[in-house]
Ligand binder design. Structure first.
Ligand SMILES: C[S@@+](CC[C@H](N)C(=O)[O-])C[C@H]1O[C@@H](n2cnc3c(N)ncnc32)[C@H](O)[C@@H]1O
Length: 221
């Protein structure tokens, strides 16, 4: 799963993948994953080798945030993106939303430890992120395939998006080399679902080797 470039990095990546990633990602296939062991998941999600293929700096740049932006990281997990984004929007606000209470606690403690007063950790419901207000950007990384009624969910979260807001979805591509071989993640299907839920495609980025990266905006009513 890791796209390392040098031979040493490749070896490290292979070991990390064998020890950590394979059992973890393999469970994703059935979408019924237990995320309560935060220490275990932190070793997977926050593994420094992830930066090689996840390219967080480029992803965050593509979100075109302002220092005052309000951002919701839906399915924030251990905070891989929420923490980085909170540093980028010092006068803004980041809401890390997760349905797993242990993850919510983990992120709240991590934000506090890292002195990020602009980061709020929220326990969302499977059908409602329970945000306290509207946001400029909503980000979903590797969470879309965990959601049951996706069109219903997307319709529901529209009320939390500012009129000029953006919804960014990153998930694994369905290719022979992919860690997640599942038709549910095929970009054409995601685009069709978003259209049905009342969004239109605003941008599509292709710089992530393992994942698609789509940005949507609310369609004119
Ligand atoms: C594979 S992890 C991804 C974590 C993080 N986005 C990252 O990239 O490191 C998926 C996370 O989404 C959460 N999740 C699943 N369904 C959710 C939903 N309907 N709303 C919010 N979070 C959800 C899980 O508890 C888990 O922490």
């Amino acid at each position: 799963m890791f796209h390392a470039r040098s031979p040493a990095a490749l070896l490290l990546a292979w070991i990390a993948a064998a020890v950590l990633a394979v059992p973890a990602w393999a469970q994703h296939a059935n979408h019924q994953v237990d995320f309560s062991d935060t220490q275990k998941w932190s070793r997977v999600f926050d593994n420094p080798l992830r930066d090689e293929w996840q390219k967080p700096v480029q992803v965050i740049r593509a979100l075109r945030l302002k220092p005052t932006s309000r951002v919701a990281d839906i399915g924030s997990g251990t905070g891989y993106f929420a923490i980085r984004i909170a540093r980028m929007v010092p006068q803004g606000r980041v809401f890390g939303v997760d349905t797993e209470p242990a993850m919510v606690k983990f992120l709240a403690e991590r934000g506090k430890r890292e002195g990020l007063a602009n980061l709020t950790s929220i326990e969302g419901a499977p059908e409602d992120p329970k945000l306290p207000g509207a946001v400029d950007v909503m980000l979903m990384v590797d969470v879309y395939h965990h959601i049951g009624d996706r069109v219903g969910y997307l319709r529901a979260v529209r009320r939390y998006l500012e009129p000029r807001g953006r919804l960014a979805i990153i998930d694994h591509v369905d290719t022979p080399g992919s860690v997640l071989k599942d038709e549910r993640t095929a970009p054409r299907r995601i685009k069709a679902e978003l259209k049905r839920a009342g969004y239109e495609l605003a941008a599509e980025h292709s710089f992530l080797p393992e994942q698609y990266f789509l940005i949507f905006k609310p369609a004119a009513r």
